[in-house]
Design a protein around this ligand. Structure first.
Ligand SMILES: [Zn+2]
Length: 330
C-alpha cells in the first residue's frame, strides 16, 4: 500500500489517529492548533477530506463531521478519511467568519508561507490535507441572519464531480463555477473532486440541516466505495438540478415580512413577501422575477434598499443571472 504521511506523521493501514496541526500562537503565546482526525482503512481506496468552519462562524458542518465520524468509526472503511471539522480556528473561537485581520480564509488559497495569517493557514491546509486527497466535501452555511436550504454546489461540467454531487442526495444541486482563492477552486486545480455543502445559517446547530449533511455525506462515501454500497435503493427524492441562481433585493428600506419557506417552488410574479413602513401605509409586494426554488432566505426583517431578501435557484437555461454577492458563492 502507498505511504501516507500527514503533518509529519506516517499513517499506517488500519490506523486511526488524532493530530493537531500547528497554526500560530495567540497573543499570550498559547499555541493555536487545528484538530485533524485520520481514519485509514486496511484496504486501499479513495482519500477523502471532510472540512468545516473555513468560515469560522459556520458551525453546522462541525457537528455534521462529528456525527459522520461516529458512524464511520463503527465500520470498516476502504481508503482514508481526513476530517478537519474546524479549519478557521481563529474565527471559530471568536464566533467570526474571518481571521483577526478580517481576511477571508476561503479567498486565500493556495496561500503562501510568507503571506498573511489566512494565506499561511491556507498553505498548511493545501499542502498537508488537500494535496493528499482524491475527493473532498467542504461544509458551509449561510451568513449571519441568512439561512440556506440544504444544497450542494459543484462544477457539474466535470462528469465525476456531477456523479459525486448527485450521490449526496441534497434537495438541490447548484451548478456553480469555482471562484479564485477558494478551497474548491484550488482543490479542482489539483484534480481533487470536491463538493461544497451549504445548509442553515451561521452560529446555529440546526437538526434538519445536520441530518441532511450526515445522510448525504454517508451516501456520497458509499458511492465512491469508502463505505459498502447498500443493496436497497434510497427512497429519498432525486435532487433538483439548478443551473444558476439570483437574489431578489429590497426596493426600499423598511421591515420585510417573508411569505415563503426555504426549498419551496415559486412561480414567476408570485409574491414572496412585502416591505412596509411601521404604520402599514406604504406596502410594497415583492415578486419572483423567474420561476425556481427558494435556495436561501434573509431572516432579519429590518432591511435597507438593495438588501438581499431571497435567493432563488433557477432550473431553466437563460432564465437566470449570476449574482456576484460574496456569500452567495461559498
Ligand atoms: Zn462559508
Amino acid at each position: 500500500m502507498k505511504k501516507l504521511k500527514i503533518l509529519g506523521r506516517t499513517i499506517l493501514p488500519g490506523e486511526t489517529i488524532n493530530l493537531e496541526a500547528e497554526v500560530a500562537k495567540l497573543y499570550d503565546s498559547t499555541d493555536l492548533t487545528m484538530p485533524v482526525k485520520i481514519i485509514r482503512g486496511e484496504k486501499e481506496g479513495p482519500i477523502v477530506f471532510l472540512s468545516a468552519a473555513i468560515h469560522g462562524d459556520e458551525i453546522n458542518g462541525v457537528e455534521i463531521i462529528r456525527e459522520v465520524l461516529k458512524i464511520i468509526e463503527r465500520k470498516k472503511i476502504k481508503g482514508t478519511i481526513i476530517a478537519v471539522p474546524i479549519v478557521n480556528v481563529f474565527g471559530f473561537n471568536n464566533k467570526s467568519r474571518y481571521l483577526p485581520d478580517r481576511r477571508d480564509l476561503n479567498r486565500s488559497f493556495p496561500g503562501s508561507e510568507n503571506g498573511s495569517l489566512a494565506s499561511r493557514m491556507a498553505k498548511i491546509f493545501m499542502n498537508e490535507i488537500i494535496s493528499k486527497c482524491t475527493h473532498g466535501i467542504d461544509f458551509h452555511t449561510g451568513a449571519i441572519h441568512r439561512s440556506n436550504h440544504p444544497q450542494i454546489r459543484a462544477d457539474l461540467s466535470c462528469k465525476e464531480t456531477k456523479k459525486f454531487a448527485k450521490s449526496f442526495r441534497a434537495p438541490i444541486i447548484v451548478d456553480s463555477q469555482t471562484r479564485d482563492g477558494s478551497l474548491r477552486e484550488m482543490a479542482r486545480r489539483k484534480g481533487v473532486i470536491t463538493l461544497v455543502f451549504e445548509g442553515g445559517e451561521a452560529l446555529r446547530f440546526e437538526d434538519d440541516v445536520i441530518t441532511a449533511g450526515v445522510k448525504g455525506c454517508i451516501s456520497a462515501l458509499r458511492e465512491i466505495g469508502v463505505l459498502p454500497k447498500l443493496k436497497l435503493v434510497s427512497n429519498r427524492p432525486k435532487p433538483i438540478m439548478a443551473l444558476g441562481s439570483y437574489w431578489i433585493r429590497s426596493p426600499k428600506g423598511g421591515t420585510f415580512k417573508l411569505k415563503v419557506k426555504n426549498g419551496q417552488m415559486v412561480k414567476k410574479n408570485q409574491v414572496i413577501g412585502e416591505v412596509t413602513d411601521p404604520l402599514g401605509t406604504d406596502v410594497e409586494l415583492i415578486r419572483v422575477h423567474n420561476s425556481g426554488y427558494i435556495l436561501g432566505i434573509n431572516k432579519l426583517p429590518l432591511v435597507t434598499q438593495g438588501e438581499a431578501l431571497v435567493h432563488i435557484a433557477t432550473t431553466r437555461e437563460g432564465n437566470y443571472k449570476k449574482d456576484r454577492l460574496m456569500d452567495s458563492v461559498d
